[in-house]
Design a protein around this ligand. Sequence first.
Ligand code: ADP
Ligand code: MG
Length: 138
Amino acid sequence: MSSLTFGIIKPDAVKKGHSGKIIDKILAGGFTIRGMKLIHMTKKEAEGFYAVHAERPFYGELTEFMSSAPCVVMALEKENAVKAWRDLMGATNPAEAEVGTLRREFAGSIGENAVHGSDSDENATIEVSYFFSKLELV
Ligand code: ADP
Ligand code: MG
């Protein structure tokens, strides 16, 4: 059954001009884009989005980075969308990401790693609705 996941093209990839190439790979990978917009998060908005990581040592660095410049937020539909999108993204650490994955190709470090993806259907629903209203989803 087809389902939705939530993705972000992070500030590092947007700044480097990689958004178009990443979107090409999303479409070539068989995803249907149901929502997409360019936003610039405030620190507070980034903190709310990453609240599950509040106790992690990199939380400050992560929320600074995510609010440092614009990013592209996306609602993506595919069969088993959460897993399919994580497979296309690759491992969190680009040094461990497989050839052909977005992080292998576009990420510079474990912190500035080009893309975000939901880790479960439940979180996908929460994350899509954190950024998109009903009207913004087709
Ligand atoms: P993923 O994005 O692959 O789901 P996590 O949920 O574990 O990974 O972490 C969320 C984000 O926090 C990562 O994508 C990355 O930007 C950042 N991050 C994770 N681990 C580290 C780390 N050890 N040092 C710095 N930033 C990190
Ligand atoms: Mg995660």
